[in-house]
Design a protein around this ligand. Structure first.
Ligand SMILES: [Zn+2]
Ligand SMILES: [Zn+2]
Length: 420
């Protein structure tokens, strides 16, 4: 027997219904904010991620599915979407003519992390990116989309929004100096990773999960207290737009971003319903990234959400059924088999989901199939009905039934479904 690759999984049955629902709502929400879907390749040259994510990050150092192609090209399965979309934006010169561009993507990402409960090496992310707008209004709007997603999915009760400002190249050097001073005084208590971070990226220490580091971090200086006037004004703007949009949020001064090109606004939508506190979505402003990947100086902001986690939250509420079709046609071989395929076609042409038993089993079996498929209506084409060119339509919700002329059956069902 063949088995799937370690860290990968199959999604089917009830869970796949939730996935469909989540993907549908994500797309509707992004479209309502005037974002366009960007279909990106799953494979990129490895250098895109080395540059765009950073060659010293865990993702690039340890977690990428990277390999040499037969022609010697170094390629990698994408571990995230942002570097790819920025590569595409620059390569296709989408910055010409200058405008604000809004994109979204949905698709699988790959990271060779240690497999553990709820974490897979192929996972799905949906994200948005805005290129070409630097002001706080767009930051608030982007955060608003993330929150709106939670509302539209009915999981806003499980999440909270945290925001922060992490400064910019103007205020960061002075802040880093204070941070390095502080942690140097506590050097002997820091974990090994953080000792390395102390030189390279001291802000990352604030994010360390090591209990000792966490204790020291509590009193460390935070970027929010060391913002330049420009960053201060920007953050005040973001908050006032969020208030206007009635998006609830907490300020979390400990939230950081691992890479230098992240500036000013950082945000996360978190939940405590999936074990330890986990981010369902995270994003921020990255004004330096487009230039870093060879493009012009265009500001950017975006977020990515983990669909696996969103689905897990949605599944806390048992609302979906494994299947739910509008109509199931019950028919009999040599009596109504041809009529049945015609009725099913008539219904499907009218946008009504319909099915039948193509093996024409016994009537009882067909009714149980209708039930298993969650059919709202069963349509029986028996001998009597055939003689009159009618069908007996039973409403499985109310239990009532009516005899309907076959030619009217699509309108009859459409009308009943509309009234529901
Ligand atoms: Zn600043
Ligand atoms: Zn540490």
């Amino acid at each position: 027997m063949y088995k799937k690759v370690k860290g990968f999984r199959d999604i089917y049955g009830l869970e796949s219904r939730y996935w469909q629902k989540v993907e549908k709502i994500l797309k509707e929400t992004f479209n309502s904010f005037n974002y366009q879907e960007f279909y990106l390749p799953v494979l990129e040259k490895t250098e895109v991620f080395n540059r765009g994510i950073g060659s010293t990050t865990d993702i690039v150092e340890k977690e990428m599915f990277a390999f040499e192609d037969r022609d010697g090209t170094h390629v990698a399965l994408r571990p995230e979407g942002t570097a790819s979309i920025v590569r595409a934006y620059v390569e296709n010169k989408l910055y010409n003519p200058p405008a604000t561009s809004k994109y979204y993507y949905i698709g699988p990402m790959f990271r060779r992390e240690r497999p553990q409960k709820g974490r897979f090496r192929q996972f799905t992310q949906a994200g948005i990116e805005v290129f070409g707008s630097a002001g706080p209004a767009i930051d608030a709007d982007v955060i608003c989309i993330l929150y709106k997603l939670a509302e539209n999915l009915g999981i806003d009760k499980y999440v909270s929004m945290e925001i922060n400002s992490i400064g910019c190249p103007e205020c960061r050097p002075a802040y880093y100096e204070k941070l390095i001073d502080y942690f140097t005084d506590h050097k002997e208590e820091l974990c090994e990773d953080c000792l390395r971070r102390l030189d390279k990226n001291p802000m990352r220490i604030l994010d360390c999960k090591n209990p000792n580091c966490k204790t020291i971090t509590k009193l460390a200086p935070v970027a929010l207290d060391h913002l330049c006037d420009g960053c201060e004004e920007h953050f005040t703007g973001v908050k006032s737009y969020l208030d206007a949009l009635e998006v609830p949020y907490n300020i979390n001064p400990m939230m950081v971003r691992g890479l230098d090109y992240y500036v000013r606004t950082a945000f996360e939508m978190v939940t405590d319903k999936l074990g330890a506190q986990a981010a369902v979505g995270a994003g921020g402003r990255y004004d330096g990234l487009i230039k870093l990947l060879g493009g012009p100086e265009v500001p950017g902001i975006g977020f990515a959400t983990g669909i696996d986690r969103i689905v897990a939250l949605c599944m806390l509420d048992e609302t979906e059924k494994e299947n739910e079709i509008d109509a199931f046609v019950v028919s009999f071989k040599d009596i109504s088999d041809k009529a049945a395929v015609k009725v099913v076609k008539l219904l499907r042409d009218a946008g009504i989901s319909a099915d039948m038993d193509y093996d024409f089993r016994k009537m009882k079996k067909q009714f149980s199939l209708a039930d298993k498929n969650g059919a709202r209506f069963t349509i029986v084409l028996g001998e009597d009905e055939m003689a009159k060119n009618t069908a007996t339509v039973r409403d499985m919700e109310s239990g009532g039934q009516e005899e309907i002329e076959i030619s009217n059956i699509n309108e009859y069902i459409s009308d009943k479904l509309r009234r529901n």
